[in-house]
Design a protein around this ligand. Structure first.
Ligand code: UN1
Length: 492
C-alpha cells in the first residue's frame, strides 16, 4: 500500500472534500509512488480563508525576521539535498545530477530571497516643495495563487514561494499533478523552518478544476503561473474579471546560433546539453539549431556521433544521460510532432521513436531533424521533448531573422569567436535571455528569468524582479513644513 497524502491547509493535514485520489507515477518504472487526495472548489475556499488568517500574522512580522525562516529552510534543503534529488528522479525522471541541480536552485533562491529581507529597497527622493520628503515602500500583495509545472518540481515553486514569502504574502499553492511529492516536501520544510500556519497552503488536483478555482477566486489577489501559452492566455483573461495581477512564464522555442567562427567542440557540447538535457523538457531547452552553412556538414556529423553516444535509461543510474519523459500524454505529443516534421518534409536524421532501455516507462530517443524550414511547425511550436530542428543559414543577419521568427522569446544563444557577431546578437535577438558561447539552459537565480512575446506578460522571476512580482509599491509623502503646501500650485 502506498501512502495517501491529504491536503495541507491552515497548518494542518485536511481531508479533501471530493473523496477522490490520484496516483503519482514514476515515469521510468511506472511504479506508483503515492496516492494523493484531489482538492475540490470548497477546499480552495478553505485554503484562501486559511491564507487570509496567515497573511495577517505573517505580513506584520518584519521582513528580516521572515527571512530567518527562509534561512532555516535553505539549510534544511541543503541537508536534505540528496534525499530530495533521489525522490525527484523517481517522481519526475530526470537524471540525478540534474535533480541535484534542481534542489540546488531552490537552495540558491531561498538564500537569495532571505537576503532580500534586509533590503526590500524602495526609493527616497526629493520633493518639488520645501520641507517635504518623498519615498516608496514595498507592501505585500496579500493572498497569492501559484500554479507550477512538473519539469522543475522544487526549483520553480521556490522561485515563486521564497520571494513571495519574504515580502510578506500568503500563498495557495497548486503544484503539477505529476510531481506532488516534491511540492509537499517543500511545504514541510518551510513549516519545519518555522513558517506560521496558514501562510502556505497546498491544494492538489487538476488545473481544470483546482487551478481554475484559484484563478477565479475573488479573494486571491495575484496569480503566478508557469506553463503553456494557451493556459497563460486563459489565466490572463480570467484574472481580469477579478482584477488580479497575473504573472506568466510560458513556453519557448529557443534558438542557438552557431556561426562559422565558433569553437565547434564547445558549441557541440552546448547543443547536446541544451537540446537533450532534462530530456528536452525545459522551457529553456534548445529546440532550434541555427547553423551557418559553411560548417553544416562537419557540425552535423559530429553532433550525430555525440548524440548516438547518449545513454537512455533510469535517471538514478550514474551511466544514464537521458531519463524518461514525464508521462504518456507527453510521449504521444512528441510522437505527433515527429510525424508532423516528416509530413512537412524535414529529414529525420536521428531518433524519432520510443525506446526500451529495459524499463516499462516513457522513453524517447534523442531526435534530430535537418532540412527544417523556419516556418515548419516543428520550428515554431514548443514540443517539450528531446527533438532538435536544424535550420541552415548563410549569415548572421539571416540567423537572427530566423531566431526571431517565432511567437516565443525566452532563451537564446550564440556561439561565435567574433565579438561583433556576439554583440549584434545580444542587441537583436528578441528574448528575455541571451547566452554567448553557452547553451540556452543554465539561468542563475540572481538574474531575472522570463521572456518576451508569447513567453510572458512582462514579469520576470528570480533576481530583484521577483520582489517586484510579489509587492505593491506605495508612494509616501512626508510634509514637515507644518503648513498646507499645494503640489503643482505652490511650487511655481
Ligand atoms: C525551465 O526551463 O522551465 O535555466 C526552467 C535553466 C534552469 C531553469 C529552467 N535554471 O535551464
Amino acid at each position: 500500500m502506498v501512502h495517501e497524502y491529504k491536503l495541507f491547509i491552515g497548518g494542518e493535514l485536511r481531508d479533501s472534500s471530493t473523496g477522490e485520489v490520484f496516483d503519482d507515477i514514476n515515469p521510468a518504472s511506472l511504479e506508483n509512488l503515492a496516492t494523493l487526495q484531489v482538492a475540490g472548489i470548497e477546499d480552495v475556499d478553505r485554503a484562501v480563508e486559511a491564507a487570509e488568517i496567515g497573511f495577517r500574522i505573517w505580513s506584520e512580522i518584519p521582513a528580516p525576521r521572515r527571512a530567518e525562516v527562509l534561512l532555516r529552510a535553505a539549510r534544511i534543503l541543503q541537508e536534505r539535498k540528496e534525499e530530495l534529488a533521489v525522490l525527484m528522479t523517481k517522481e519526475m525522471g530526470k537524471i540525478l545530477p540534474e535533480t541535484r541541480g534542481d534542489v540546488q536552485e531552490a537552495i540558491d533562491i531561498t538564500f537569495y530571497a532571505a537576503g532580500e529581507g534586509r533590503r526590500m529597497l524602495g526609493e527616497t527622493t526629493t520633493s518639488e516643495l520645501k520641507e517635504k520628503l518623498c519615498m516608496t515602500l514595498l507592501r505585500p500583495i496579500g493572498v497569492v495563487g501559484m500554479i507550477t509545472p512538473w519539469n522543475f518540481p522544487i526549483a520553480i515553486p521556490s522561485w515563486k514561494i521564497m520571494p513571495a514569502l519574504v515580502t510578506g504574502n500568503a500563498i495557495v499553492f497548486k503544484p503539477a499533478s505529476d510531481t506532488p511529492l516534491l511540492a509537499i516536501k517543500l511545504v514541510e520544510i518551510l513549516m519545519e523552518a518555522g513558517l506560521p500556519p496558514g501562510v502556505l497552503n497546498i491544494v492538489l488536483g487538476p488545473g481544470g478544476t483546482v487551478g481554475k478555482a484559484i484563478v477565479q477566486h475573488p479573494r486571491i489577489k495575484a496569480i503566478s503561473f508557469t506553463g503553456s501559452l494557451e493556459t497563460g492566455k486563459w489565466i490572463m483573461e480570467e484574472g481580469a474579471k477579478t482584477m488580479k495581477r497575473v504573472s506568466l512564464e510560458l513556453g519557448g522555442k529557443n534558438p542557438v546560433i552557431i556561426m562559422d567562427d565558433a569553437d565547434i567542440e564547445l558549441a557541440l557540447e552546448g547543443v547536446l546539453w541544451g537540446a537533450f538535457g532534462t530530456t528536452g523538457q525545459r522551457c529553456t531547452a534548445t529546440s532550434r539549431l541555427i547553423l551557418h552553412e559553411k560548417i553544416k556538414n562537419e557540425f552535423i556529423n559530429r553532433l550525430l556521433v555525440k548524440t548516438k553516444a547518449l545513454r537512455i535509461g533510469n535517471g538514478l543510474l550514474p551511466e544514464t544521460d537521458i531519463g524518461p519523459v514525464i508521462n504518456k500524454a507527453q510521449l504521444e505529443k512528441i510522437e505527433r510532432y515527429v510525424r508532423t516534421g516528416k509530413e512537412e518534409g524535414a529529414t529525420l536524421l536521428l531518433g524519432g521513436n520510443t525506446t526500451d532501455p529495459g524499463l516499462p516507462g516513457y522513453f524517447f530517443e534523442p531526435t534530430i531533424f535537418t532540412d527544417v524550414r523556419p516556418d515548419m511547425r516543428i520550428a515554431q511550436e514548443e514540443i517539450f521533448g528531446p527533438v532538435l530542428s536544424v535550420i541552415t543559414v548563410s549569415s548572421l543577419e539571416e540567423a537572427i531573422e530566423v531566431a526571431n521568427n517565432t511567437k516565443y522569446g525566452l532563451s537564446s544563444a550564440i556561439y561565435t569567436g567574433n565579438i561583433i557577431n556576439a554583440f549584434k546578437a545580444i542587441e537583436k535577438i528578441e528574448a528575455g535571455i541571451t547566452y554567448v558561447n553557452a547553451p540556452t539552459i543554465g539561468a542563475e537565480v540572481h538574474l531575472p528569468f522570463g521572456g518576451v512575446k508569447g513567453t510572458g506578460n512582462g514579469f520576470r522571476e528570480a533576481g530583484t524582479e521577483a520582489i517586484k512580482e510579489f509587492t505593491e509599491v506605495k508612494a509616501v509623502y512626508i510634509d514637515y513644513s507644518g503648513k498646507l503646501q499645494k503640489a503643482q500650485i505652490d511650487s511655481e
